[in-house]
Design a binder for this molecule. Structure first.
Ligand SMILES: [Zn+2]
Length: 178
């Protein structure tokens, strides 16, 4: 059976994910309070600032308290340039889920990877191994642990039984859970 690994496409999903992941909003660098939105909209990056300096009102202009307030406020200002895009991140996750990927590694690692695949997943070992087939479905029956079933067959196969053949395994579909 021939498969594509997805590696031949030009999309760098990791790079896209990094670009559209929001930078975390830091705490106030003066007092570590949670910053609040100071200004937003108008197509500009959202500005954050510490709410504490002016929480009790404005001190008299030019007084030491006023100076401390404006210094605290000024130093706390943070411009959130990268606010991310959760829809793009969801799209990246969906592409990852649908894109065939290859599992390789030692028996233990492959077993763990196979056990980690949700029910509904479909894999192929690319070559027919002892079961006379190469496509397996992750299945779970009531009151039983998830297991692999050879496509078109009724034989249940454990992850380690597949892994010990040490052949590349292509995930054709990552399941969506039970
Ligand atoms: Zn502060």
């Amino acid at each position: 059976m021939s498969t594509t690994t997805g590696a031949d496409t030009a999309l760098d999903l990791d790079a896209i994910e990094r670009r559209f992941t929001a930078d975390p909003i830091p705490d106030c660098r003066v007092c570590h309070a949670e910053l609040e939105v100071a200004s937003m909209g108008g197509g500009r990056a959202t500005e954050y600032a510490c709410p504490r300096p002016y929480a009790a009102g404005f001190a008299r202009l030019g007084s030491p308290e006023w100076k401390a307030q404006s210094e605290h406020y000024g130093r706390s200002k943070y411009t959130h340039f990268r606010s991310g895009d959760s829809e793009v991140l969801a799209l990246v996750a969906e592409v990852r889920r649908l894109r065939p990927r290859v599992i390789t590694g030692d028996v233990e690692a492959v077993t763990a990877a196979l056990d980690g695949l949700p029910v509904g997943s479909i894999i192929t070992t690319d070559v027919d191994i002892e079961w006379g087939g190469d496509v397996f479905h992750r299945t779970q029956f009531p009151n039983a642990l998830p297991t692999w079933y050879l496509a078109g067959g009724s034989k249940s196969v454990r992850s380690e039984d597949i892994a010990r053949h040490q052949v590349p395994i292509t995930v054709l579909r990552e399941g969506v859970g039970a």
